[in-house]
Design a protein around this ligand. Structure first.
Ligand code: NAP
Length: 259
C-alpha cells in the first residue's frame, strides 16, 4: 500500500532511540523528510546518519530538551512548516502513589501533557491553513489501564488525552487528524529501566522480571519499535484521513478490555 505521504515533512520528537526512532524510520520508509530531536547529540547524529543512508530522505537534527520552552523554540525554528508532528518525550520516574509532591507532578505534566499541547498549538494552525496535517502523540497504555508504579504517567497522560479528545474534533474539518498511540511494553531502554527497577523491588533479576511480565502478554513477548512505527506511519497516511481523536493500543492485547 502506498501511504501517499512521499515528500511530506515530519517533526518527530524524542527520536534518537526507542519508539520515537521507530516512528521516524517508518515515516522515512514512506519517503517523508524528517526533523529529529533528542537531548544527546551523539546518538541523535548517529540515528540521523543511519536513516539518511538507508532511506535517502533529508534528516535535520536539533539536540535540545523538548520539555523546556527554550528547547521547543529551537526545535520549532528548524522544523518550520511541517505536515506531520509526532510528539514524544521521556516518561516520568516510577514510585508509589504517596511518593510524589507538587514539583514532581508539575515536571510530569510539563513533559507528557503541556509539551505536546504546546507543539500542537504551534504547528496545527499552519497545517489547517494548508489543508492537510497529521499529529500522532505517543502516550501510554496507562491511559486505558493504570500502571501501579507510574502514577505520574497515569495522571499526565490522562490530561493530554482529554485535551486531544476535544481539539481533534475541532481541526478535523480542515484536513488535520490528531490521534494518540498507546504503547504497551516495547523492547526499548525505557522498558529495560523499568524492569531493573521492579526487579530490584522484588529481589529478583531483571531477566526473571521480564520473563514473568511477557508471560502475561497474549503474544508472549514485548513489541518492537518497528511494529510501533508502522502503526504511526499508517496514522499519518492519506488513507487514515477518517481516523480522528482515537486512542490506539499497541500492546499485544495485554490490556484486557473489550473496548
Ligand atoms: P527510550 O527508549 O528511553 O527513548 C527515549 C528517546 O527520547 C531517546 O531518544 C531520548 O534521547 C529521547 N528523550 C528523552 N527525553 C527527552 C527530552 N526531554 N527531550 C528530547 N528528547 C528526549 O523510551 P521509549 O521506550 O521509546 O519511550 C518513549 C515514550 O513512550 C516515553 O514517554 C515512555 O514513557 C512511553 N512509553 C514507553 C513504553 C515502552 O514499553 N517502551 C510503554 C509505555 C509508554 P535523549 O535521552 O538523548 O534525550
Amino acid at each position: 500500500m502506498d501511504f501517499g505521504i512521499r515528500g511530506k515533512r515530519a517533526l518527530v520528537c524524542a527520536s534518537s532511540k526507542g519508539l520515537g526512532r521507530g516512528c521516524a524510520e517508518a515515516l522515512a520508509g514512506e519517503g517523508v523528510h524528517l526533523v529529529l530531536n533528542a537531548r544527546g547529540a551523539e546518538a541523535l547524529e548517529a540515528t540521523a546518519t543511519e536513516i539518511r543512508d538507508r532511506y535517502g530522505v533529508t534528516v535535520e537534527t536539533v539536540a535540545a530538551d523538548i520539555t523546556t520552552g527554550e528547547g521547543r523554540a529551537a526545535v520549532l525554528a528548524v522544523a518550520g512548516a511541517v505536515d506531520i508532528l509526532v510528539t514524544n518525550a521521556g516518561g516520568p520516574p516510577p514510585g508509589v502513589w504517596s511518593d510524589w509532591e507538587r514539583d514532581d507532578f508539575i515536571a510530569a505534566l510539563d513533559a507528557n501533557m503541556l509539551t505536546p499541547i504546546a507543539l500542537i498549538k504551534a504547528l496545527v494552525p499552519g497545517m489547517m491553513d494548508r489543508g492537510w496535517g497529521r499529529v500522532v502523540n505517543i502516550t501510554s497504555r496507562a491511559v486505558k489501564a493504570p500502571l501501579a508504579a507510574l502514577g505520574l504517567s497515569n495522571s499526565a497522560r490522562a490530561g493530554l488525552t482529554g485535551y486531544v479528545a476535544g481539539m481533534s474534533r475541532q481541526v478535523a474539518g480542515a484536513g488535520v487528524t490528531v490521534n494518540n498511540l498507546l504503547p504497551g511494553s516495547h523492547d526499548t531502554d525505557r522498558i529495560r529501566g523499568l524492569d531493573a527497577h521492579n526487579a530490584d523491588a522484588k529481589g529478583i533479576t531483571p531477566e526473571e522480571h521480564k520473563a514473568a511480565r511477557v508471560a502475561g502478554n497474549p503474544v508472549g513477548r514485548d513489541g518492537t519499535p518497528e511494529e510501533f512505527g508502522a502503526a504511526c506511519a499508517f496514522l499519518c497516511s492519506r488513507q487514515a484521513a477518517f481516523i480522528v481523536g482515537q486512542n490506539i493500543l499497541i500492546d499485544g492485547g495485554e490490556v484486557n478490555v473489550t473496548l
